[in-house]
Ligand binder design. Structure first.
Ligand code: FES
Ligand SMILES: [Fe+2]
Length: 388
């Protein structure tokens, strides 16, 4: 039912239907999304430079899996399911650490940073145990734009990881025309000036939908529409067919909370990218905003049907971070935008279980591109949703 209605136009052509409210509340649909979307696709999780030296590791969550991401001595960055192959205890029980090996705290099975089982009490008296067979389970890793991207799909078979180029990079080139246009910002060389973590009491799809449209900008984003006046018309840069950078207002000097000048522009951006703001969604959990002097990079981690963690990095040139230049007005602008957006999503979430939303809501023309996201979502979770 929640999918069938997506094919049925509402009256006239101005409004398109959204999924029914149940799509945003049902725990079984949420599990299906975890399995079919987050656990099959590439997820950006960490800045690569947050694991600076060998032995440094962090734990992250993708879908329903907890994962250890570690910088090894010989093999670059590797990632493993954080599950001991003996009897399943979490091998790493804190958010981050640094060690020569990864040792389980229950019976001391010990794994090399490269994943293989290297020691366990009494292992020598069990010569038939093949250490190679009992290493930590590997998770696929890619590094791009300075981020570590993970895919927890098995290595082979029908659920092998999708091609990074055909998924992540294609999403970017669809939005930016060519990957080079994003690479102009040199995101991999930038440094994190600030990170904020938001716990949002809303379904992850509400957050994506919100991010994709600007129909709400005039109502809830006074600072943003001061800096980018065209957003007051309600058209998000992602709503347009052509590659569209949204222009700064004539009097605006920089992408800051009061429109004052930011820091030095990123050196390789094209002339056409000056005084422009771009926004892209890389499904399923990344949003990237670029402006001439910094990049704002969001990662989303769904926790339950009604709760999502969002982490947001503000990335600047290394010298800006090293010299501790004042970027507070740059950070404050999008931090406010985030708080305004998440508040709106949180005020929407409770209504998803109201009778008033049994048949869903409506998308106006400046939101029609969100229907494509809904179609994509429906395809991923498949016929499962039809009977619900
Ligand atoms: S569960 Fe890890 S060593 Fe036993
Ligand atoms: Fe917004």
């Amino acid at each position: 039912m929640i999918i069938d209605q997506l094919d049925t136009p509402l009256t006239g052509t101005s409004l398109k239907p959204t999924p029914a409210g149940v799509a945003y509340t049902d725990p079984e649909i949420f599990i299906r999304e975890q399995a079919e979307i987050f656990e099959k696709m590439w997820n950006a999780v960490l800045r690569a430079d947050s694991l600076a030296s060998p032995g440094q590791w962090r734990t992250v969550t993708v879908g329903r899996e907890e994962i250890i991401v570690v910088r090894t001595r010989k093999a670059g960055i590797k990632a493993y399911l954080n599950v001991c192959r003996h009897r399943g205890m979490r091998v790493c029980t804190t958010a981050e650490g640094r060690s020569k090996t990864l040792q389980c705290g229950y019976h001391a099975w010990t794994y090399a940073l490269e994943g293989e089982l290297v020691a366990a009490p009494n292992l020598t008296s069990m010569p038939d145990v093949d250490r190679g067979e009992h290493g930590l389970k590997t998770v696929h890793v890619r590094e791009w734009l300075g981020y570590i991207w993970l895919c927890v799909s098995p290595a082979a078979g029908s659920s092998a990881p999708p091609s990074f180029e055909e998924t992540v990079m294609t999403e970017v080139s669809t939005r930016f025309g060519e990957v080079q246009s994003l690479e102009n910002y040199g995101i991999e060389k930038l440094r994190v000036g600030q990170t904020r973590r938001y716990e949002v009491a809303a379904n992850w799809k509400l957050i994506i939908e919100n991010f994709m449209e600007c129909y709400h900008c005039a109502t809830i984003h006074p600072e943003l529409t001061e800096v980018i006046p065209e957003f007051a018309q309600g058209w998000a840069s992602q709503a347009q067919d052509e590659i569209h950078g949204a222009s700064f207002g004539a009097q605006v000097e920089g992408f800051t909370v009061d429109g004052s000048a930011g820091v030095a522009a990123l050196p390789a951006i094209a002339e056409a990218q000056d005084r422009k703001y771009y926004a892209i969604t890389v499904r399923p959990q990344v949003f990237i905003n670029t402006v001439p002097d910094h990049v704002i990079f969001h990662r989303m981690y769904p926790v339950s049907a009604a709760k999502t963690i969002v982490e947001c990095d503000w990335l600047f040139l290394p010298e800006v971070v090293e010299k501790q230049l004042d970027v507070s007005r740059s950070v404050e602008l999008f931090h406010r935008v985030n708080l305004q957006d998440f508040e709106a999503c949180e005020q929407t979430q409770p209504s998803m279980s109201s009778k008033a939303y049994d048949d869903g809501g409506a998308l106006v023309p400046s939101e029609h591109h969100i229907a494509e996201f809904h179609q994509w979502w429906a395809q991923q979770i498949g016929p499962f949703a039809r009977g619900r």
